[in-house]
Ligand binder design. Structure first.
Ligand SMILES: [Zn+2]
Length: 253
């Protein structure tokens, strides 16, 4: 076993998705001494501006800014994220290697097919990662990827939550990112080839001021729902379990 297990792993289709959907939350968790990580499914080669190499450098900068202990990009084609057996194996391998307790996935509905496909793909990969006999069933033709996976101990995240800021849905809960907002914005601005003010492709990408104002509006909206300045929204499928009803946060009246 190499690195210690991650407390939180955030999975997303594209480099810079995590910065927009749950970067403040990752930063907040890192601030509490937890180990966080990011798994990007694609390398961003379809982006209007900059190359995949530019994106790789920028993603590493952004990860440092977010204090993430781990970041990796898979080689799934950008714009063609498919819920295939092969892709599930690739993600399951990272889950077994990093052993996260909490997995953050994109919300399962949205405008971009890569985003909503990444949600189901991530869930099914997490399920697969926990199957004890995966890849070592005698006589099965599971292939080299499954055999490599079989060398690693099975692991399933305890908790899966869905980052929902890209879709208009009422969150199950929000995370207060008031203290993390500015640094999260810096992490997004690390994608200079995509976001810095420049002429190529202008009209497609809002410039820095507009990005700030858009992020502020979204974070304020979700913050307002919980009585804090800025927040990031999440959906969970399970019901909440309460130990002490006198300690439930967010005032009702
Ligand atoms: Zn995206």
């Amino acid at each position: 076993m190499s690195a210690p297990a991650l407390d939180v792993l955030a999975l997303a289709a594209h480099r810079d998705d995590v910065e927009q959907t749950c970067g403040g939350t990752l930063l907040r968790m890192a601030g509490r001494g937890l180990r966080t990580g990011i798994l990007d499914l694609t390398q961003g080669e379809m982006g209007t501006r900059g190359s995949a190499d530019d994106r790789a450098r920028e993603a590493a900068d952004a990860a440092r800014i977010l204090k993430a202990s781990f970041r990796q990009a898979l080689d799934i084609p950008d714009g063609r994220v498919e819920n295939s057996w092969e892709n599930r194996l690739k993600i399951a391998r990272v889950i077994r290697e990093q052993r996260p307790r909490v997995l953050i996935l994109p919300y399962w509905k949205g405008r971009h097919p890569d985003h909503y496909t990444a949600s189901t793909l991530g869930y099914e990969a997490a399920f697969l990662a926990g199957l004890r006999k995966l890849g070592n069933t005698p006589g099965s033709s599971t292939g080299a990827a499954a055999e490599a996976l079989a060398q690693l101990a099975p692991h399933r995240p305890f908790k899966i939550i869905y980052a929902s800021v890209y879709y208009d849905v009422r969150p199950s809960f929000v995370v207060d990112i008031t203290d993390q907002f500015e640094v999260r914005l810096q992490a997004l601005m690390a994608y200079k080839s995509q976001y810095a003010d420049q002429s190529a492709g202008s009209g497609l990408f809002p410039q820095e001021k507009e990005i700030r104002s858009r992020l502020e509006s979204m974070a304020s909206f979700y913050g307002l729902l919980a009585g804090v300045k800025y927040a990031e929204p999440f959906v969970q499928k399970e019901v909440g379990l309460v130990d002490d009803i006198t300690a439930i946060p967010v005032s009702s009246i």
